[in-house]
Design a protein around this ligand. Structure first.
Ligand code: UTP
Length: 222
């Protein structure tokens, strides 16, 4: 089986990208391995969190709202051969995966993001690979949205990813498309994290251990 973290902004940006949702559902149906897909909240989560913030709701409640958005996005990806509910815990997801080919979920509890969920799920399953699909499609030596000559970094160690996380935190826009929990869980269980774009042919290559476009974070010498 394969664990995929599908970045929320791939699904939800200027409304829902329904054409992509259809493509992804088809990919799930035709993929030769069982899939666990953890979907992010994207614009839907951001909008609702911002509304709630103007109502002075606390951070825990904002996270709960974010989780609801991730689950709403996840609901769109349930196909005929997918567990018909959205699991609310990692254990429920694992149980569901024993009966159904595919399982789709969103967040679990406040305090982290769906990237963290995907790593915890892989850890519990004993999987050594997580595919993280993001709008940017990898880690670059500088922000590819601002610099046209930004270069893709094909491999990165856990330590490098952690230091990038902390240095990026200083800037306004976070450039590393992962939360710290995700990197730490990956490191402690030696799970390789493949950061790729929404290109589904490329995702198939990662699943088949073929050459792919993106960044792998793993046990490399810094
Ligand atoms: P995302 O996983 O989409 O977070 O969850 P993100 O990194 O902010 O957004 P992407 O990667 O661009 O899609 C959306 C929000 O839901 C809450 C958090 O508030 C998060 O920011 N959340 C999500 C949780 O509190 N717990 C979870 O397990 C998942």
């Amino acid at each position: 089986m394969v664990v995929i973290s599908l970045g929320g902004s791939i699904v939800s940006r200027n409304g829902v990208d329904i054409d992509y949702v259809k493509k992804f559902r088809n990919f799930m149906r035709t993929c030769h391995v069982p899939l666990y897909v953890v979907v992010g909240g994207g614009e839907l989560a951001r909008n609702y969190i911002n509304y709630a913030r103007t109502l002075q709701m606390n951070e825990y409640t904002l996270d709960e709202i974010g989780i609801m958005a991730t689950r709403l996005n996840a609901k769109l990806l349930i196909t005929e051969d997918t567990y018909p509910e959205i699991p609310e815990t990692i254990s429920e997801a694992i149980f569901a995966g024993r009966t159904y080919k595919n399982v789709v979920m969103g967040g679990t509890e406040p305090g982290h993001t769906t990237d963290g969920v995907s790593l915890l799920l892989a850890e519990k399953l004993g999987e050594k690979k997580v595919i993280n699909m993001t709008s940017v499609g990898g880690i670059y030596d500088r922000d590819p949205r601002k610099f046209s000559d930004a270069k893709l970094v094909p491999q990165m160690s856990y330590d490098e990813a952690k230091s990038l996380f902390f240095s990026e935190k200083m800037d306004a826009g976070l450039n590393i498309p992962l939360d710290l929990l995700a990197i730490k869980i990956a490191e402690r269980s030696n799970i390789a994290l493949y950061i790729v774009s929404k290109d589904l042919e490329n995702v198939r290559k990662v699943i088949n251990d073929e050459d792919f476009e993106g960044t792998v974070i793993g046990k490399f010498d810094a």
